[in-house]
Design a binder for this molecule. Structure first.
Ligand code: ADP
Ligand code: G6P
Length: 470
């Protein structure tokens, strides 16, 4: 078996098997921040990505993509139900996002979580060369660092959590809290999006495991585990270049025309997830229409909501509620040929997304809680014309880096309405000044800077960074 000196381990592979099996060797990314972040980084790097290809049954053999080896890990239908849909997305996901939906606890789900983490650890142990750097990603695989260390003590192991890490009061609900913490502490470096998350983790290491801990390091099992904040980002230059292409500018022009040439276009782009605040946003918009503050012909809302985790009950209920509400608003406020909301559930390619960003006078990113939110950063990167107002939730990780956005508390309906109006009515000079400041920040703090800072902290010898061209 071929081995690599850099191995990324994530629940999801960046391509789905239907694309790979019919021979198309292009990256076709699944929507989602983790893949969006890592995709530009690994292209043209001799690395292996260990992950799940999306189906059930035996692991498909996948071709290399742009030099990156795809090593698929199989999930059975039981694993899919109990590990992915169960423990990962119905226990951990809600607990990690402020319990905005009720987390469920089932012993069978925990068994599956352990079993699947063991399978990922074994698959990784096979493809990592001696002394390799292994970078484990996200909440689906929190036990992998510990399991992998037991199998391969020679490896340098990093763990990065893309989602928020909750305060102790919430994490303490987890029946298997000690095992989850020990699993993460198998890494040499545990990275989070925000300093607050590292602080929560350190507090829990002391509270649950009795370990001496600071917000920078935790003594565990005779080793020093480093922890820290590494806010993830995007390939800013790539998105800016794409958004500046003449065909994208043309497409944006046509989109505005197709939308009825309104004065103002509001855009939201989300996975269909209850953490994204879609219902709250629709309610705010509906009340603005009802109060006559916005009018259908002058202003349109484009809501892109790509379905996600469709077999998980809470996601099914959300989709039904969102679609009922969109129908109600369009029925009540739309006119023939002029809906109040243009609602799209399709995945789009990067050029179409860039065109949508360029047509949006206001980008409404209002999650109730979000680890980072890359859509907000993509919007800023796409506004090469320095125009466009970003309405951003205080509860998105991105808010800490983009204080020039129009910040809002999405739980406060009146505040949300006022902030949306403020963004719609802002002076162009104010909008430009804010956008310029945010663009300056993202030019420097892009995905390459993120990877450099994380990997240089993980691999202190620096040899990996030299190979990555960092
Ligand atoms: P999350 O990780 O919770 O999905 P992020 O905002 O961090 O949220 O990342 C979402 C990623 O998915 C972004 O890169 C965005 O461009 C992409 N995405 C969202 N909706 C679509 C869509 N309809 N088609 C293609 N990509 C999408
Ligand atoms: C978030 C998570 C990722 C996940 C993505 C898409 O970004 O942090 O780990 O891959 O959502 O969700 P999915 O369940 O489709 O993989």
């Amino acid at each position: 078996m071929r081995q690599s000196s850099l191995v990324v381990v994530a629940n999801r592979l960046p391509i789905d098997d239907s694309v790979a099996l019919d021979g198309a060797c292009e990256w076709r990314r699944s929507p989602g921040g983790l893949v969006s972040a890592l995709h530009p980084l690994l292209r043209h790097t001799p690395a292996t990505w260990v992950g799940w290809a999306g189906g059930t049954g035996p692991a498909p053999a996948l071709p290399d993509v742009d030099g990156v080896r795809m090593q698929s890990v199989p999930l059975t239908t039981d694993d899919l139900r109990d590990h992915y849909e169960g423990f990962a997305n119905a226990t951990l996901w809600p607990i990690y996002h402020d319990a905005v939906e009720q987390p469920e606890h089932h012993r069978r789900w925990w068994d599956a979580y352990q079993r699947v983490n063991q399978r990922f650890a074994e698959a990784t142990a096979k493809v990592a060369e001696t002394g390799a750097v292994v970078w484990v990603q996200d909440y689906h695989l929190q036990l992998v660092p510990g399991l992998l260390r037991a199998l391969r003590p020679d490896l340098r192991i990093g763990f990065f959590l893309h989602v928020p890490f909750p305060p102790p009061e919430l994490f303490m609900q987890l029946p298997r809290r000690a095992e989850l913490l020990r699993g993460m502490l198998g890494a040499d470096l545990v990275g989070f999006q925000r300093a607050q998350a590292a602080h929560n983790f350190a507090q829990l290491a002391t509270k649950v495991l009795g370990l001496p801990a600071t917000d920078r390091r935790i003594a565990f099992d005779g080793r020093m585990v480093r922890i820290g904040a590494f806010p993830v980002s995007i390939d800013t230059a790539e998105m800016s270049a794409l958004a500046g292409r003449p065909e994208v500018v043309d497409r944006a022009r046509r989109l505005r025309h197709d939308l009825g040439s309104p004065d103002q276009v509001i855009l939201s782009v989300d996975r269909m997830d209850y953490t994204k605040g879609i219902e709250q946003r629709l309610k705010a918009y509906s009340e603005l229409l009802e109060g006559g503050h916005v009018k259908v012909r002058d202003t349109v809302l484009v809501q892109v909501a790509v379905p996600s985790r469709e077999r998980v009950g809470q996601y099914q209920i959300l989709r039904e509620r969102v679609e009922r509400e969109v129908g109600r608003i369009n029925g009540e406020f739309g006119r023939v040929g002029e809906p109040a909301i243009h609602y799209l559930t399709q995945p789009f390619d990067r050029a179409e997304l860039a065109a949508l960003y360029r047509v949006a006078d206001v980008m409404a990113v209002t999650p109730l809680r979000d680890g980072m939110n890359l859509v907000a950063k993509e919007y800023v990167a796409a506004r090469v014309d320095d125009a466009g107002a970003l309405l951003l939730s205080e509860f998105a990780g991105a808010a800490a880096e983009l204080p020039q956005a129009y910040l809002v508390n999405p739980h406060d309906l009146e505040g949300l309405k006022q902030a949306l109006l403020a963004a719609l009515r802002a002076e162009p000079a104010d909008v430009r000044a804010r956008m310029r400041a945010m663009r300056d920040h993202l030019r420097e703090h892009d995905i390459h800077a993120w990877a450099r800072s994380y990997l240089s902290a993980l691999d202190q010898s620096g040899s990996l960074l030299t190979r990555l061209g960092g």
